[in-house]
Design a protein around this ligand. Structure first.
Ligand SMILES: Nc1ncnc2c1ncn2[C@@H]1O[C@H](COP(=O)(O)OP(=O)(O)OP(=O)(O)O)[C@@H](O)[C@H]1O
Length: 378
């Protein structure tokens, strides 16, 4: 299957790099260097070639390169020459607090793009980072965000829906607080219900597709256990038993009935903004949160590979994978298993680790040595 590939990455005043450039033939790409050298910063830069706040969920103002002790919000930019689903393209993104207060600008072949959503036509970027290790034990909001990124990679309109729902819910909460008129509340609840059903339906569809993808590869799940996924939320439960149009009416009626309760709570107490993604170890039939640390990491790797396969089969084009500090953690068999799975997937993977020997079994890799502020071929 054809795959998206970064050919050249240029960083300007990005994190620890005043400026840097990396040229790649095809990959896989291995970045090694001591702790704090700037390996994750490279992956973060690549993660800005997709919508959202990047793999660190950073504030735009904290990313620009700053000398030690310096204050302010320096402008920064990332530009990449990409072999994408529509051919070769130059994608650029960046932030300048003076020019562009609050938003990150995007360009495609030098022309302004309305948002990073437009990048999705060219490539999908998926990632797995150490920060995600606590996903199964952390708050539902983290799993919801993770779920929404899974959905966004297969359904480019999902981000707009989720943001729209959040805005509509804020309007409803404000109206409740200010004792707004029933007419206004009816109107905003109509909008909330419409968006809520759309968000829940898109999540359910992706979870079903991902479940089918996982089931299809269950036999080679010996190294990375297969996950069972389910959604736990009020609207998702309604969709399971009622036609979509009816669900919208039922959820709207629920919102209306819950007005006194929600007003007292200061927020909307039921809806897809509170949905949780439940993940279980399929073979052990055990919730992921009760699995060992190693099993949780293996489940996440398995999920990442399944999601990448799903994205590839839906777009007919393999995504870019960013695997931050994933390899060092694995035993030799799992390392080889991961390298083989990546080769089968045919995706360009960017991998980091402190120890170059962890990647010695990886054939054909392009290896780079990262030191503070610089990156060069190893
Ligand atoms: N805005 C910024 N300006 C300058 N330096 C920054 C900025 N943000 C982060 N850094 C620096 O980047 C470095 C961290 O880089 P990064 O997280 O990429 O390291 P790493 O090589 O992945 O390390 P590890 O192996 O420990 O995960 C830190 O030294 C940090 O101070």
């Amino acid at each position: 299957m054809p795959h998206a590939a970064i050919r050249k990455l240029t960083l300007t005043a990005f994190r620890s790099y005043p400026s840097a450039q990396v040229s790649v033939e095809d990959g896989p790409v291995v970045l090694t260097g001591p702790n704090g050298a700037g390996k994750t910063n490279i992956l973060e830069a690549l993660s800005f070639l997709s919508p959202g706040r990047g793999l660190r969920r950073a504030q735009l103002g904290e990313i620009g390169h700053r000398a030690p002790g310096a204050a302010g919000e320096p402008p920064w930019a990332v530009s990449a020459l990409v072999e994408g689903a529509l051919g070769e393209v130059r994608l650029g993104t960046g932030y300048d607090p003076v020019q562009e207060g609050g938003v990150r600008r995007c360009r495609i072949d030098g022309e302004p793009a309305p948002s990073a959503n437009a990048f999705l036509d060219h490539l999908k970027v998926l990632w797995l980072t150490p920060e995600m290790d606590g996903l199964f034990l952390g708050p539902p909001g983290d799993r919801r965000r993770y779920l929404d990124r899974l959905v966004l990679a297969v359904d480019g309109a999902h981000g707009t829906r989720v943001n729209g729902l959040e805005r509509a819910l804020r309007s409803r909460n404000r109206l409740l607080e200010e004792n707004g008129s029933a007419r206004f509340l009816d109107a905003v609840e109509h909008e909330v219900a419409e968006l809520a059903v759309a968000v829940a339906a898109a999540r359910l569809e992706t979870v079903a597709r991902l479940g089918a993808e996982i089931a299809a590869h269950r036999d080679d799940a010996s190294l990375f256990p297969f996950a069972e996924l389910a959604l736990d939320g009020a609207v998702e439960r309604l969709i399971a038993v009622h036609p979509a149009l009816e669900v919208e009416d039922r959820y709207r009626a629920l919102l209306r009935d819950n007005r006194p309760r929600d007003r007292a709570a200061g927020r909307t107490l039921e809806g897809p903004h509170l949905t949780d993604l439940s993940v279980s170890h399929g073979e052990k039939q055990l919730p992921a949160a009760r699995c060992s640390t190693g099993e949780q990491k293996s489940l996440l790797i398995g999920l990442t590979l399944s999601h990448a396969r799903l994205v590839a089969s839906m777009q007919g084009f393999s995504p870019i994978l960013l695997l931050d500090d994933v390899v060092a953690y694995l035993d030799a068999a799992r390392r080889t298993g991961l390298f083989e799975a990546l080769a089968r997937l045919g995706a360009q993977a960017w991998m980091t680790g402190a120890d170059p020997t962890a990647f010695s079994a990886l054939d054909g890799a392009e290896r780079f040595e990262v030191a503070p502020g610089t990156i060069g071929r190893a």
